[in-house]
Design a protein around this ligand. Structure first.
Ligand code: FA5
Length: 350
């Protein structure tokens, strides 16, 4: 029996040395350790042995079985490592310090106009705020003097979550939180609230050349004692002349928003068609760009600010439409298209 074990060990080692791939290794494993393998056969022969012999031979057989198991596992690891090394060796050589052989990316037109507007308002003493895209009904509507079932909600249908929250339809949704954040500084230290807050907005509406269901606005507001429409007009004029840096035709007309009183629509003459009328401006020659107005007393109250003592203005600049005008983009849908070739044509040299 001892000789049989020794012979089996030798034949296994010889066969293992010949193995050249994983399939061969697996058939070797089955040949020795499988149900009908050579080790099982060896154990079957133990029936004829005495109890004493069975003990020693059994121990030796188990020892060989363990050796075979370990040797097979080591061979498998070695083969895997060799395979990996082969793959690495076959990789084309490359120099990680070389610049990538591809076109450089460019900023999205909306990012560019957003940064430009942020800069303009920063130089005028406004600070930048960030706000969530998912907000509550209170933030988006009720705190803005738009109670449930108010007809103004019809203009801003949106996407609702199961928990009652919604994707914000307007950056005005951040107003209440910002009043509350800076109210103490205003009341106790006399620091005016001057903030701009850009953000993505969502509306469940049909798209066309100048309407998207996902677009960007930049809200701005200023609250202090004695803020009047003159302040509002001054900041709007400065913003437009800094952003466009050329003469553009602007018109201010009355506009209704429940959260401002009085409210205005600030339109610019369409720069795509020069005011002639085209799909980008709904054939009117004018583009609604930046509605604005004096903050409604109820909205200030909801923000914890006494409207008898403080007044303010707010505006909601349509950043996406501004990008269209700035870069001559005829169809607003191009901006969300993700088509890099099309987008980079507007901004390649920025
Ligand atoms: C508002 O969203 C108000 N929150 C703006 C405001 C703020 C008024 C503060 C007064 C005080 P409106 O729905 O008109 O208003 O949108 C403002 C601007 O966002 C529009 O003039 C337009 O430039 C842009 N806008 C609105 N809807 C879309 C849309 N579907 N696609 C692209 N731009 C849009």
């Amino acid at each position: 029996m001892n000789e049989k074990i020794a012979a089996l060990q030798q034949s296994f080692e010889a066969e293992l040395a010949q193995v050249s791939d994983m399939a061969e290794l697996e058939s070797l494993r089955v040949g020795y350790l499988g149900k009908k393998g050579k080790m099982t056969e060896l154990l079957k022969g133990m029936g004829n042995l005495s109890v004493e012999e069975r003990k020693t031979i059994g121990a030796e057989t188990n020892e060989l079985k363990n050796q075979i198991t370990v040797a097979l596992a080591e061979k498998l690891e070695a083969m895997k490592a060799a395979e990996l090394q082969k793959e690495i060796d076959e990789l084309p050589e490359f120099d990680v310090s070389m610049p990538a052989n591809m076109a450089r990316g460019s900023y999205h037109p909306i990012t560019l106009v957003q940064r430009q507007c942020e800069q303009v308002f920063r130089t005028m003493g406004f600070h930048l705020e960030d706000y969530a895209e998912i907000v509550t009904d209170y933030e988006c509507f009720e705190s803005l003097n738009i109670p449930k079932f108010h007809p103004a909600r019809d203009m801003q249908d949106t996407y609702y979550l199961d928990n009652g929250q919604l994707l914000k339809t307007q950056t005005s949704a951040a107003q209440n939180a910002i009043y509350r954040k800076y109210r103490d500084d205003l009341v106790n230290n006399g620091v005016p609230i001057k903030a701009v807050f850009p953000g993505r907005c969502f509306r469940n509406e049909a798209t066309d050349a100048c309407h998207e269901n996902t677009f960007f606005q930049m809200e701005g507001m200023m609250v202090d004692k004695n803020i009047s429409i003159s302040n509002l007009i001054y900041f709007m004029k400065t913003m437009l002349s800094e952003v466009f840096r050329k003469d553009i035709k602007v018109r201010l007309r009355p506009g209704f928003f429940p959260f401002v009183e009085p409210g205005f629509e600030l339109d610019i003459s369409c720069l795509i068609c020069g005011g002639e009328g085209c799909p980008s401006c709904k054939h009117s020659g004018w583009l609604e760009l930046c509605p604005c107005g004096m903050i409604h007393p109820e909205v200030l109250k909801a923000g914890g600010i006494d409207p008898e003592e403080y007044t303010g203005f707010a505006f909601g600049l349509g950043l996406t439409r501004l990008a269209m005008m700035q870069y001559g983009i005829k169809d607003i849908r191009d901006l969300n298209s993700g088509n890099l070739t099309r987008l980079s044509q507007f901004t390649d040299d920025e």
